[in-house]
Design a protein around this ligand. Structure first.
Ligand code: ATP
Ligand code: MG
Length: 417
């Protein structure tokens, strides 16, 4: 038997109901905040990711699924969505008509990571990005939107963690101070961090290796190095969050794994998933549009880990698919053919409807209707077709009604609309 590849997974009925609920809630919440959906390709030129995510990140260093594609060179299964959204924004000159655009997109991402609980090689993200607004009100609004969605989904034990990463004006000073500490702790750092401390010391704060975590405990805080503009920006974000009832924690060691972040960075962490505790991550990336060949347009976004959110939501509530509104129980050959016709007519008119063609007994039909959790059962035998009346049973109240055969589809369509 051929089985799926480790790190990949099937989302089956039983689990999909939670996924659909999340997707509907995200769509509704985001659209209320003025976002539009976009759909983008799953493969892009490798260069898009190496240039935007950064050569010193885990993703680009070791997690990308990259293929050679003849003359096209190297192409990569997207490890995240931001780079593609930015590429699309620039490519279609979306900024020309109106630089302010708000997008969301939902879909699979691919990273060659060690598969484990909450960590897959194909996972899904719900991604939101805003272009053209540099106001800190937007940063707060975005975090508010994210926590609103989580509250709508009754996701408990989640909390926003925020930090500011400064800007190209104030970050270098901090990087220098951090580098000094890292140089002093060289012998405690993992191999990756030794390399990172040369190329991009901030990334060491993000390392998950316990020894590295310990080494950076007394690290200087970026918050002490912010320039006035970055500091004002961060203060406003915090104030607006507080005024709007968003609980948060400032975490000076929170850096995003991606190189292009500036100023506000945030993560939603949960205590209910064990080691993989990040449900969502995001932040401002004011320099990326320009870096990828577009105009100077500020931007901010986040990505929710769909798989992890689904796990949390499933812990809080069980969401079951509803059964059909109607199960038609035919007795006899003619009745079965009639039932087939009615199901087609009713389902086409928007009534969820089921039947069974195998010539069961009435008792067996009722068992099947129960198993499918049908709300009503319509009983029809060859005799009823002659007498012109059929019986409709409400499976909850057990009440039965007689309905005339004449205009039956219309009667049922009206009743169940
Ligand atoms: P982590 O610290 O868990 O590796 P990350 O910083 O690599 O996360 P991001 O690139 O910020 O993650 O992606 C946003 C969200 O996507 C994460 O918060 C997480 O919920 C989810 N995510 C990232 N990688 C995976 C994965 N391999 N499997 C499942 N979900 C993932
Ligand atoms: Mg990661």
């Amino acid at each position: 038997m051929i089985q799926l590849i480790k790190g990949f997974k099937d989302v089956l009925p039983g689990e999909i109901e939670v996924w659909q609920t999340i997707e509907r809630a995200a769509k509704e919440t985001f659209e209320n905040f003025g976002f539009q959906e976009i759909r983008l390709p799953i493969v892009e030129k490798s260069e898009l990711f190496s240039r935007s995510i950064g050569d010193t990140t885990d993703i680009v260093e070791k997690e990308m699924y990259t293929f050679e594609d003849g003359k096209r060179g190297h192409i990569t299964l997207r490890p995240e969505a931001t780079a593609s959204v930015v590429r699309s924004y620039i490519q279609h000159k979306m900024y020309a008509a109106d630089p302010i655009r708000k997008f969301y997109t939902i879909g699979p991402m691919f990273r060659r990571e060690r598969p484990q609980k909450g960590r897959y090689r194909q996972f899904y993200q719900i991604d939101a990005e805003v272009f053209g607004i540099d106001s800190p009100y937007l940063d707060a609004q975005l975090i508010f939107m994210l926590t609103t969605l989580l509250a709508t989904l009754k996701a408990k034990d989640v909390k926003a963690h925020i930090n500011s990463l400064g800007c190209p004006c104030c970050r270098p000073k901090f990087q220098k101070a951090l580098k000094e500490l890292l140089d002093a702790k060289k012998e405690h750092l993992c191999e990756n961090c030794l390399r990172r401390s040369e190329k991009n010391p901030l990334r060491v704060l993000d390392c998950k290796v316990p020894a590295c975590r310990e080494a950076v405990v007394g690290a200087p805080s970026i918050l002490d190095h912010l320039c006035d503009e970055c500091s004002d920006h961060f203060e406003t974000v915090k104030r607006v969050l507080t005024e709007n009832g968003v609980e948060y924690e400032v975490d000076k060691n929170l850096v995003r794994g991606l190189d292009y972040y500036t100023r506000t960075a945030f993560e939603i962490l949960t205590t209910s998933l064990g080691a993989q505790n990040a449900v969502a991550g995001g932040g401002r990336y004011d320099g990326l549009v320009k870096a990828l060949g577009g105009p100077e347009v500020p931007a901010i976004g986040f990505a929710i880990g769909f798989d992890r959110l689904a796990e949390i939501v499933a812990m809080q509530q069980s969401i079951e698919a509803p059964g059909p509104t109607l199960y038609i129980a035919p007795l006899g050959e003619k009745a079965t053919e009639t039932a087939a016709h009615w199901v087609m007519q009713l389902a086409a008119r928007g009534i969820s409807c089921e039947t069974d063609f195998s010539g069961r007994s009435l008792k067996s039909h009722m068992k099947r209707a129960d198993k499918l959790k049908a709300a009503h059962v319509l009983m029809v035998g060859d005799d009823e077709l002659k007498t012109g009346r059929v019986t409709l049973r409400n499976m909850t109240t057990r009440e039965q009604d007689e309905l005339p055969l004449d205009g039956l589809v219309e009667t049922l369509a009206q009743q169940f609309k």
